[in-house]
Design a protein around this ligand. Sequence first.
Ligand SMILES: [Zn+2]
Length: 162
Amino acid sequence: MPTVDDLSALLAAADDHQEPALREVARKCGLLWQCRNAACLLDNARLVELCDRCGHDRQGRPLADHRPGLYPVPDKLWEALREHLHDWIATTGLPVPDAVTFRYLPLTGAEWEVADPVFHYGGRTETIPVDLSGTEIEEDLDDIADEAEPSHCESLRITLRS
Ligand SMILES: [Zn+2]
């Protein structure tokens, strides 16, 4: 199986007539997937979950809440987390991200990985070097886990812009 680097080398060596055909083949065999956002259409590497440019998913949906776990969570818990994240981000001076992702890692001791949350700005992600242990945000996440019973390593993504 060729790697993404192999593909980049191929595309770089192709002329303007060859490149569209190469991309088509790469999409067909699953090395690339093309963003379905009509305003974007970026080709993304196979293992990328969200479009590198606009953050839409493979089905073409904009960055959305991803609710992990087996069971539904009452909306009020979800909204409490959203509100507390907004409150906290306002105190940091950071630009409000489109969404925030947390990972559930109960086998490592703590439940949620509340240090270094991932902020999404469109397709760009940034790891924020903070520890949210002992905050309302951690309490909200724990409340959500109690209801949802996520699996180890599952991610929760919550949008902060509509
Ligand atoms: Zn895109």
